[in-house]
Design a protein. Structure first.
Length: 363
């Protein structure tokens, strides 16, 4: 049994059931056994694969997008180019290689990687060792110095803390992690005895609050606090945030909490620390939260349509012609990133901006 599991069992015995958010924090970031804290889980031979690991085209187009975003902001020098949860550092590496073609951008950019995992910080440092940029690390966005900023996050929101509530007897009750009936060591989902507080109910997406008996809804307190931090930054200095993740365009009911290990779905409660834990991002709730905080928020755009608008087909053709990469491989990468049966529609891009800025490329 993992130490994380033992500690959770002791905690539940003494304090009662814990929220899914608390469970995720332990399973993902426990310093000795946490899924992200201790290893590099990203890539074909590891646990899951992400768009920047599928193809260099993804990061390159994002780099060019950043140059446009920077010009829209009045080309501030210096400015902060911030990535949230950079994983292996591949997207930033590809983005910088493309964006560097604009010398002014290259001179002005101060790169900050916001990363909670010591293991992944190491991988990022290796990936970016030869990039001719000043690169620093921060544990949280709040720790990045003030100033104009462009913030990027790919598959960052989906692993931020999640809570679930079920309509039971006409009231919302939190779905927690406790013990299966008649055991004191088998983790299982249980319903809280107490109804949700008024504050908790307020965090449920407005269109879902009247959902019928038995409905399950998810709230994402981590996304909500991130939006607040971004809004504070962008009210002080101009900025844009590009957030790409998987999830529906607007709020939906249903349990989307999932665990992935070696590219397979597994039971999220079986082996805390051994699997990636994520849930769908609610882009409707994200947009409403950003607007309530005084930001302008684009509609979520499907990843396939967004990459196409940015010119991924032309980039694929140019790469094929260059002879540097195998044509068949590039076609497969393009398909993986953009087609409806792959990442093209499930994944969405959304841009949050300081309200005075024009709409961003591709939105
Ligand atoms: N963006 C990368 C990695 C996605 S995995 C890619 O697309 O390949 C999620 C990343 O976010 C990991 O680097 C993980 O360690 C980091 N992360 C998750 N929660 C975090 C938090 N609260 N603070 C900082 N980094 C976090």
């Amino acid at each position: 049994m993992t130490e994380i599991r033992e500690r959770l069992i002791r905690r539940i015995r003494s304090e009662g059931p814990v929220s899914i958010a608390a469970y995720m924090a332990e399973a993902l970031f426990d310093p000795r056994e946490g899924f992200y804290a201790t290893r590099d889980p990203i890539g074909a031979g590891a646990d899951f694969i992400t768009a920047p690991e599928v193809s260099q085209m993804f990061g390159e187009l994002i780099g060019l997008w950043c140059v446009e975003a920077w010009r829209d902001m009045g080309a501030p020098d210096p400015f902060h180019l911030i990535e949230l949860g950079p994983g292996r550092g591949t997207m930033m590496s590809d983005a910088l290689r493309a964006a560097r073609l604009d010398e002014g951008f290259a001179r002005a950019a101060r790169v900050h990687l916001v990363e909670a995992s010591p293991a992944l910080k190491n991988v990022q440092a290796q990936t970016l060792a030869s990039a001719p940029f000043q690169i620093g690390w921060a544990d949280a966005l709040e720790d990045v110095p003030a100033g104009p900023s462009i913030i990027l996050g790919n598959e960052f929101l989906d692993c931020l803390p999640l809570r679930q509530f079920v309509k039971h007897g006409g009231e919302w009750r939190e779905r927690l992690i406790g013990f299966a009936p008649d055991t004191d060591d088998t983790l299982a989902f249980v319903l809280s005895h107490a109804p949700a507080s008024a504050l908790e109910i307020e965090q449920i997406a407005a269109p879902l609050r009247d959902a019928p008996e038995g409905a399950l809804v998810e709230t994402r307190p981590g996304d909500a606090s991130l939006v607040d931090v971004i809004a504070r930054r962008f009210h002080a200095d101009p900025g844009r945030a590009l957030l790409i993740d998987y999830g529906p365009a607007d709020s939906e009911t249903g349990d989307t909490f999932q665990a992935i290990k070696s590219h397979e779905k597994v039971d999220p409660l079986t082996d805390p620390g051994k699997a990636d834990l994520t849930a769908r991002v609610d882009f409707g709730a994200l947009k409403r939260a950003a607007e309530a905080a005084g930001l302008s928020a684009s509609a979520p755009v499907e990843q396939g349509a967004w990459l196409t608008a940015l010119g991924i087909e032309q980039r694929a053709a140019a790469l094929s012609m260059s002879g540097k990469a195998d044509r068949g491989l590039i076609v497969r990468q393009l398909h993986r990133l953009t087609s409806d049966d792959q990442m093209g529609t499930l994944f969405k891009a959304m841009c949050l901006s300081a309200p005075e800025l024009p709409s961003a490329p591709g939105f």
